[in-house]
Design a binder for this molecule. Structure first.
Ligand code: AMP
Ligand code: MG
Length: 310
């Protein structure tokens, strides 16, 4: 079954998207669940398939900075600088939307998030499709993001019309989101492009950059079945590990090589569930560079939904 739905036929993907279908989209961050951003019914399907609340905005993927400008009624200098510096790449800008951008895409907001993905197959698809693709991560709402075509199939099965296989995602966690609507850009979600790199080219507002706070982001997210507990030091994790049954325990040290860890983080979370792990103890990386984004995702993965306040 999975063989028929997973493949590398870009023309087939384009045709499906033009006909209002859904395509699993390989990017450098995570796999997206893509639909033609200009077709209301196609965009609506994304929410149904993911089980995502329809007020959670989607990111529009486009092929170039020129294409990105078309989606905004006011393209700020900060978006221009960020786009020309980091695209194609794991950074999304939030800008004032152009009048014809569907509110189904923006979750009812007057702003829209846009990015140019840094993946050769995604760019090939966008160039042949010549339009924007709305694409959140291709997993069920609140669960672990997919970083391979097989993960997409495992999560969504045949409710996706076709899954383009672009291999494992190189970055492995979601894009950095920068809100460029105000006078001073603000990081709404840490991600593949680090805050330090952004600050080299634009001044950022608000120094509270550690946790994502874009609309539609909840305290619990990216969560595997197993219980995730976080530690600052390996010694603490090892001490705590003695209190659990070794047969269903796993300890992961994310602190030694955060970049490499990021690329396999979601695969490792998925593997814990496949292996029947009940307790996962993770040693966090320092809160800088890609470590900020890892800490953000793992903090949400570790959040107990029963304590969720909104
Ligand atoms: P993802 O779930 O990785 O596709 O990322 C989508 C996230 O981007 C949403 O949950 C929002 O947090 C953020 N986002 C998308 N559009 C907007 C927008 N117009 N304003 C602010 N944040 C946005
Ligand atoms: Mg997601």
């Amino acid at each position: 079954m999975s063989n028929q739905i997973i493949g590398t036929d870009v023309d087939r993907a384009v045709e499906i998207l033009r006909n209002g279908g859904l395509v699993g989209l390989p990017t450098e961050t995570v796999y997206g669940l893509a639909a033609d951003a200009s077709q209301k019914q196609a965009v609506t399907k994304i929410f149904a398939v993911k089980g995502r609340p329809n007020n959670h905005p989607l990111i529009v993927h486009v092929e170039s900075v020129d294409a990105a400008r078309q989606w905004s009624s006011l393209w700020p200098q900060s978006a221009e600088i960020l786009g020309t510096t980091f695209w194609p790449g794991p950074l999304s800008v939030v800008v004032k939307k152009a009048p014809d951008v569907l509110v189904e895409v923006t979750g009812g907001h007057q702003s829209v998030a846009i990015r140019v993905p840094g993946h050769v197959i995604a760019l090939e698809l966008l160039s042949r499709f010549s339009g924007g693709l709305a694409a959140p991560s291709a997993n069920r709402f609140g669960k672990v993001s997919p970083t391979t075509a097989q993960h997409v199939f495992d999560d969504l099965g045949t409710s996706v019309d076709y899954i383009l296989d672009g291999g494992p995602c190189a970055v492995g966690l979601e894009s950095t989101i920068v809100d460029c609507c105000g006078d001073i850009p603000v990081v709404l979600r840490p991600g593949g492009i680090t805050t330090e790199d952004i600050q080299k080219i634009v001044a950022l507002g608000d120094d509270d950059l550690g946790m994502s706070r874009a609309p539609g982001m909840l305290p619990a997210h990216y969560a595997p079945q197993c219980q995730v507990t976080l530690f600052q030091e390996l010694s603490e994790a090892m001490r705590a590990s003695e209190t659990f049954d070794a047969a269903t325990l796993r300890v992961i040290d994310a602190s030694t090589n955060p970049l490499v860890f990021a690329s396999s983080m979601y695969s490792q979370l998925r593997q814990c569930d496949i292996d029947g792990v009940k307790h996962l103890l993770v040693v966090l990386p320092d809160a800088n560079g890609i470590g900020l984004a890892i800490r953000d995702r793992l903090t949400k993965a570790a959040h107990d939904p029963k304590n969720q306040s909104h």
